[in-house]
Structures are given as structure tokens and as C-alpha cells.
Design a protein around this ligand. Structure first.
Ligand code: C5P
Length: 225
């Protein structure tokens, strides 16, 4: 069995909007609906857990109740990683072989990417999409460079990230007290001495964080239609 946890419990504070970004609309669909529909329509995915912002729990329910694969909608935690761990705990009762963890704010994942991730995770216990860095990269404070880095050695991490369920659960359990030290699931999996395997991510798999991202997302959505 292959499960997906969609984390959607953020407040979207960087957008200065009164509602979290997952409820913003592209055409007439919310980001939450677009993202959930991709997993709903993937023949490789058996069920979906939605981790919702407590303050917008009813609104989340109303938007995703129509999706047949949504097994449970649960309230999130204080940080992204707490939200993921809550989802993993619910999944224990289903005991999937592979779990995909996905940020709701990335509504442009392709079926090809989902397939590649699952294939590799079945073989290697982990698979995450990464993108090569094309710009010059440095370690800097806000107004001064400290050090230049070799851009050929740095990569951006995307979601979904796919893992052997048991091994990811073990890693989260081990680092339960330090979850806020991590910003994605690969880093927790890695910290528990597991190898993290990568595949090439997709440029269109953008994370909607700012108002400019939302504008670009609307443009991308039109292109795909
Ligand atoms: O804040 P950031 O954009 O890094 O959040 C990444 C993802 O984690 C988003 O999908 C957001 O909804 C989710 N999140 C969560 N619980 C939190 C904070 C963020 O599910 N407490």
C-alpha cells in the first residue's frame, strides 16, 4: 500500500493574506484542491492523509471531502515536522510500505515524478526530487558575503519525498524532541543514518510562498490547460 501525507497546516504568513495560502484560488480551484486531486487521480496512490490548520479545519474538510482516497483529515502541529509526525502516527494503523510526504503549496507535481519516486523508493527505501543550482551561491549574512560555495555541490529539495514507511517512522520517533531542527523529511531520515536517494526534480514543481509565486502559478496553470 502506498500512502500520501499532504501537510497543509501552515498559516501562510509570508503572503499577508487573511486566509492561509492553501485556500487561495487558481482559476476556480483552491491550491489545496489542485494538489489533492493529483494524488487522488494517481493510480499508484491508495490513500491520502490531509494535515489541516486547526483554525481552518472545517474549511479544509469542506474542500477535500469529495476526494475518495482521503482517509483522514487531522489537525496539524506547531511546526511542519510536527504536522508530518501526526500524519505518520495516523498511518500506523494502515501500515503502508511507502509513504510520500508532500507540501500542499506545490500544486504542479507530475504523474511521471510520482511514478519515478515510488519506483526508486521501493528499490532504495528513499527517493526525493532535487534540482541543480544554476546561480552563484554564497554563505552570507543579510548584507555581507562570508564564503562562496561550489554550486555544483548544492541542490534544492522539492516534495513529494518518498520513504519506506517503517524507516521514516523510526527516524521521526528518534528525533521527536528535536523536530524543529529539520526543514524536510529527507534531513530527518538522513539524521537517523539512512541513505537518501535522489532523482531529478521538475522546474515547474514550484512552491507557492509569495504573492509573486501565486502569479506565476496562475500563469503555469493556464499553460497546462
Ligand atoms: O512554511 P512552509 O512553507 O515551509 O511550510 C511547508 C509546508 O508545511 C506547507 O505545506 C505548510 O502548510 C505545512 N505546514 C504544516 N504545519 C505547520 C507549518 C507548515 O503542515 N505547522
Amino acid at each position: 500500500m502506498i500512502s500520501t501525507i499532504i501537510v497543509a497546516a501552515g498559516s501562510g504568513s509570508r503572503m499577508n493574506k487573511s486566509i492561509p495560502k492553501q485556500f487561495l484560488k487558481i482559476k476556480n480551484k483552491s491550491i489545496l484542491e489542485i494538489t489533492t486531486s493529483i494524488f487522488e487521480n494517481s493510480e499508484l496512490i491508495d490513500n491520502i492523509i490531509i494535515v489541516a490548520n486547526k483554525k481552518f479545519f472545517k474549511k479544509t474538510e469542506l474542500e477535500v471531502i469529495k476526494f475518495k482516497k482521503v482517509f483522514k483529515i487531522i489537525p496539524g502541529g506547531k511546526t511542519r515536522q510536527e504536522s508530518v509526525f501526526k500524519g505518520l502516527k495516523i498511518l500506523k494503523q494502515l501500515n503502508p510500505s511507502i509513504v510520500l510526504i508532500h507540501d500542499v503549496a506545490r500544486p504542479f507535481i507530475s504523474n511521471i515524478l510520482i511514478k519515478k519516486l515510488i519506483t526508486k523508493a521501493k528499490e532504495k527505501n528513499s527517493a526525493i526530487p532535487i534540482l541543480k543550482e544554476n546561480s552563484t551561491i554564497s554563505l552570507s549574512t543579510k548584507n555581507k558575503i562570508e564564503k562562496f560555495l561550489d554550486r555544483n555541490q548544492v541542490y534544492q529539495h522539492q516534495t513529494p519525498q518518498a520513504f519506506d514507511f517503517k524507516k521514516l517512522f523510526e527516524a521521526y520517533t528518534k528525533f521527536e524532541k528535536n523536530l524543529s531542527d529539520f526543514t524536510d523529511d529527507a534531513s530527518i531520515f538522513f539524521a537517523n543514518k539512512n541513505e537518501v536517494y535522489t532523482i531529478e526534480g521538475e522546474k515547474n514543481n514550484i512552491k507557492i510562498t509569495t504573492n509573486e509565486d501565486l502569479l506565476f502559478a496562475k500563469f503555469l496553470y493556464d499553460l497546462k490547460k
